[in-house]
Design a protein around this ligand. Structure first.
Ligand SMILES: *Cc1c(COP(=O)(O)O)cnc(C)c1O
Length: 392
């Protein structure tokens, strides 16, 4: 019993009534399938796009480094938690991203939530005025959290609408303070891409710093899976928890940027350094990922195959051009019902509802991975088409 239990339960009951209460539902993985509540399903809900979470080299190096170096880093990075291993992996990450340096964080969420305030503080320190943060409306919750933590009001542009962004930049030209444009290279709920060269050109014109979140592009898109922003962003961040099959996150950019963040990003300073096993998995992923061109081509080809099927049946997939394929359903309840019926049919998808996405755009999010063959894609497509017809 805790003092607030009656408040907790009352609030949870409100969620229950609104149909938005969430619960934790354990899964097990068996032979490429996911099993939940005794049901065996094809997994199109998770972000291990290249299947690296199961890769023998990642498992081996994670285990080896844990056996050789221990389970914990024992301290934060600036105290005594930095091992040669950290610098080795950071240097490898910087080379992968084509940047001067990189620094590792415990998670992508923690990166955005603490790097954003560190950058905003720079504007106040150097100009006496708050940072002007121009952000895509569909940016990830962690980026919004970072801005809220920094106490800045974001100037939001319509999703991927660069003429709107240009107008907003023009409108603010007289304002003091540094400027920053923040967006994702691949959007997690729509599977579409930002036009990074055009953003770079706008950023140059406005004297704005370009911050790109490559969570869903790292490992999957760009030459050798390097992402879409190499050589074009002032700061790239990405997670090691999606296509890289592990855990943790990176920021890549100039030496000065990385040194500044190591001194000013609270999520880096006040959190224990990543442990050897996690570093081993990242290190091995960076060895493996550049060689996976065939898997990347297959994955994007399967996504295209699926979209073509769905479009043929009159279903909309937003502007997806990546391994993330949303199927727009409309009403939340209908999306939930279709997702539940898909589980019965052996496919684990996720129904994404407002407020995560705008009202009236509830959807199924199909996240494909390189292990899916033509037959699996066809069965998935047919099931989605049949069930969206069935569920009025
Ligand atoms: C998943 C995600 C994150 C958070 O990364 P974690 O490593 O899971 O904490 C940040 N940004 C975007 C766009 C994401 O999709």
């Amino acid at each position: 019993m805790s003092l607030f239990d009656s408040h907790f339960t009352a609030t949870l009951r409100e969620r229950e009534t609104a149909g938005t209460r969430r619960t934790l539902r354990p899964v097990v993985r068996q032979g490429g399938m996911i099993v939940r509540d005794g049901r065996r399903m094809l997994d199109v809900s998770s972000n291990d796009y290249l299947g690296l979470a199961d890769h023998p080299l990642l498992r081996e190096r994670a285990a080896d480094w844990a056996l050789r170096f221990g389970t914990g880093a024992r301290a934060s990075r600036l105290v005594s938690g930095t091992l040669d291993l950290h610098r080795q992996v950071e240097t490898k990450m910087a080379a992968f991203k084509g940047c001067e340096d990189a620094i590792l964080f415990a998670s992508g969420w923690q990166t955005n939530a603490s790097v954003m305030p560190a950058l905003c503080a720079l504007s106040v320190a150097r100009t006496g005025a708050p940072m002007l943060v121009f952000s895509d409306r569909l940016n990830h919750a962690s980026l919004h959290h970072g801005c809220a933590a920094a106490g800045v009001r974001q100037i939001r542009f319509r999703h991927n609408d660069l003429s709107h962004l240009e107008n907003l930049l023009d409108r603010e030209t007289e304002k003091p303070g540094l400027r920053m444009i923040v967006t994702e290279s691949v959007f997690s709920m729509d599977g579409d891409r930002a036009d990074i060269p055009a953003l770079r050109a706008l950023a140059d014109r406005a004297g704005a710093f370009l911050y790109i979140d490559e969570a869903h592009a790292t490992g999957v898109l760009g030459p050798k899976g390097r992402g879409l922003s190499c050589g074009m962003a002032d700061l790239t961040m990405g997670t090691c928890s999606k296509a890289l099959g592990g855990m943790g996150a990176y920021v890549a950019g100039s030496q000065a940027l990385c040194d500044y963040l190591a001194n000013h990003a609270s999520g880096f300073i006040y959190s224990t350094a990543l442990p050897p096993a996690v570093l081993g998995a990242i290190d091995a992923a960076l060895d493996v990922v550049p060689g996976l061109d065939a898997e990347r081509v297959r994955l994007l080809g399967q996504a295209e195959r699926l979209r073509t099927m769905l479009h043929g049946a009159g279903l909309a997939t937003a502007d997806s051009t990546t391994q993330i394929v949303p199927v727009l359903i409309g009403e939340s309840e209908r999306a939930m019902t279709v997702a539940a019926r898909l589980e019965d049919a052996g496919f684990l998808t996720v129904a994404i509802r407002p407020p995560t996405v705008p009202a009236g755009t509830a959807r199924l999010r199909l996240a494909l991975h390189a292990g899916l063959d033509d037959a699996a894609i066809d069965r998935l497509g047919q099931a989605v088409i049949a069930l969206t017809r069935d569920v009025a």
